[in-house]
Design a protein. Structure first.
Ligand SMILES: [Zn+2]
Length: 136
């Protein structure tokens, strides 16, 4: 039986069990079990990509959702109130983004940004609600 120096043995076994690939280029990585990149070039590429367009898009949408939530929170300090779409827009609310919808039995659809929700009413009016946040 072949013996390895301490440490190297673990690397050898992890290589046998799982084939790890570089997070940047996808090349199979040979080496330590916790190694994530082939080399520094791949590591740098990957880290630069965190500032790329697609990552920025995710961050921007997250920011829109957070802003939407904050606006609903500001407009609805009591947990249930009425406002207008004009007031929401004036504060910068973005109606395109929400975290989930809730359909009631009588056919109404509440739109939620996290625990804060709204229901469009007649004309410009909007009902604001808050629920106990439970992720499903
Ligand atoms: Zn690589």
């Amino acid at each position: 039986m072949q013996t390895f120096a301490s440490g190297y043995n673990i690397d050898y076994l992890s290589l046998m069990n799982t084939e790890k690939t570089c997070l940047d280029c996808g090349t199979v990585i040979h080496g330590r079990a916790d190694k994530k990149f082939c080399n520094d070039l791949c590591r740098n590429n990957y880290n630069n990509q965190l500032n790329s367009e697609s990552y920025n898009m995710v961050r921007n949408i997250n920011n829109i959702l957070k802003r939407n939530r904050r606006i609903l929170e500001e407009l609805n300090p009591t947990g249930k109130t009425k406002t207008t779409t004009a007031k929401m827009i004036a504060k910068g609310f973005n109606f395109k983004y929400l975290t989930n919808k809730y359909d009631t039995q009588n056919g109404k659809t509440y739109h939620f940004c996290y625990e804060y929700g709204y229901l469009p009413l007649e004309g410009d009016e909007v009902l604001l609600v808050k629920r106990e946040e439970k992720a499903e």
